[in-house]
Design a protein around this ligand. Structure first.
Ligand code: GRF
Length: 204
């Protein structure tokens, strides 16, 4: 698992795994590009090995990415879960885990890709935004969609308030998608991902 921020999605995943004997997977390592990421503290508290590979500590981006790959492979990672990981991974990275890299993004893709999705949705004046859990491909916030959930924008919303409501939904939908991947319950036909029907009611 890779995080850059506070790691609330990591925590939601850990809680989901702990409460479900049939989850089908475990978090074997948590890595970050930010040594001070709160997500690393959450992992340490849960007794999970962590690593930090800051881009600035490597001569260039490919070398940094190879170091991240080496850390994940050394831990025996079979599914790479990105949750608030603020770096783009390349095709070389993805080739190590074909169709096995998953991300959560706080908008209804393909609207509002990129690092400021919540702010961009607010600024655009949309009345509904939400979240998307998707497999990662070589384009940013673009790969096959596993699940989405709509979140209304309220008249007095600011970025933090809206993001918090989106996150509350992410904390339920993201672990459910990771569970389906761990249990090999996702089938891809082109870009279209077929997921368990129960996914539609996970958030409610
Ligand atoms: C999530 O909303 C995720 O969709 C976005 O960054 C946020 C990460 O939050 N890319 P956290 O670190 O899991 O609390």
């Amino acid at each position: 698992m890779l995080v850059s921020g506070s790691g609330t999605n990591l925590q939601a995943l850990l809680d989901a795994i702990a409460s479900d004997d049939a989850f089908g997977g475990e978090v074997v390592v948590v890595g970050s590009d930010r040594p001070a990421a709160g997500g690393l503290d959450r992992a340490r508290s849960a007794g999970i090995p962590v690593f930090a590979e800051a881009l600035g500590e490597h001569p260039d981006r490919p070398t940094w990415e190879k170091a991240v790959v080496a850390q994940l492979e050394a831990a025996g990672v079979e599914l790479v879960v990105l949750a608030g990981f603020m770096k783009i991974v390349s095709g070389d990275f993805l080739a190590h885990w074909p169709q096995r890299v998953v991300n959560t993004h706080p908008s209804l893709l393909p609207a509002f890709r990129g690092a400021h999705a919540v702010r961009d949705a607010l600024d655009h004046g949309v009345k509904v935004t939400g979240l998307t859990v998707h497999l990662v491909d070589e384009q940013v916030d673009h790969g096959p969609i596993l699940a989405q959930h709509a979140v209304p924008v309220l008249p007095d919303d600011d970025e933090d308030a809206l993001h918090e409501r989106i996150k509350a939904c992410e904390h339920r939908l993201f672990p459910a998608c990771v569970r389906a991947l761990c249990r090999d319950e996702v089938a891809l036909v082109g870009r279209r991902a077929h997921v368990p029907a129960s996914m539609a009611t996970v958030v409610g």
